[in-house]
Design a protein around this ligand. Sequence first.
Ligand code: HEC
Ligand code: HEC
Length: 274
Amino acid sequence: MARSIRRPLALVFLTGALLVLGSGSALAQADEGDALFQEKCSGCHTIGGGALVGPDLDGAIDRRGGADATQAFIVDPAGSAMPNLGITDAQAAALVAFLAASATPAETTPAETTPAETAPAEPTPTAGSGDADRGKNLFEGRSDLDGGGPSCLSCHSVAGIGALGGGALGPDLTGAYAKYNGETGLVAALTTVAFPTMQPVYTGAPITEQEARDLAAFLAQAPQATRPGGSAWKLFVLSIGGVAAFSGFALLVWRSRLAGVRRQLLRRPNPRQK
Ligand code: HEC
Ligand code: HEC
């Protein structure tokens, strides 16, 4: 109840504040924020389109306790799950203006920009549309990414990839599918290159949506990488098999040797025997 009243109130207040600043410059600021949002944030956030990697930012200004606090958070999200993206104060102000303008319009509050223009397309849950084998090949660099970017393996490891593992610059991606909200989040994060360290590498060599789906399908399987066919499982089977084969062989050899020894023992009385 209180919330549903607070949000429109905050919107009215913000809209008022923006109007005082001059609607022209406020609009320009929101526009700049829009462009920045698409470039830097849309990989992890929507406004009204549901959670991706990060929460839906509709109403985020309220939740953060106002525009200033939200701006400060965007500049320095230290201690949260959001990476520091190197956003300046001015950029963060533009982003907050854009967030305020794109929040769900209350009936009485006209949105400054049309929602159709600003709200990112509703992410369509398309589970299972990727091909895990193709994703594995892309991950390992056995097939090239369309854009010509480097293989993920050069910086990342993941369960189920050969004993030598992968690069150590990036985190292990075994749990990434769950962490990034499944295919929807991963595809958004990869196609917009949401991770700062990956930006210089992939911005000019973008990962296509289909590639991202395939990679997501591959990463979806990573936590179960010990399934038959996974290298760890194979190694395990091989070693168990090896031990079994060796024991069998040793038993056979031993048996006949023992038999021989026993025969000799029978022939020669053992002084230690009672
Ligand atoms: C790599 C993914 C990622 C990117 C890129 C990203 N965020 Fe976030 N963001 C998150 C996550 C995860 C959280 C949740 C943080 C937490 O609660 O610990 C978050 C939280 C937030 C919050 C607080 C939301 C709330 O409801 O309290 C705001 C505001 C926000 N992000 C704004 C932005 C803006 C603006 C950008 C672009 C400059 C951006 N984020 C880029 C992942 C991301
Ligand atoms: C040049 C090295 C590099 C390459 C190549 C690279 N990454 Fe990354 N990646 C990183 C780093 C470093 C991070 C950690 C976040 C950051 O610093 O940007 C990361 C983060 C991630 C994350 C988030 C992991 C987490 O636990 O939060 C995912 C998912 C990811 N990368 C997927 C991929 C995929 C898929 C590819 C191949 C298309 C790839 N990366 C290629 C360096 C790389």
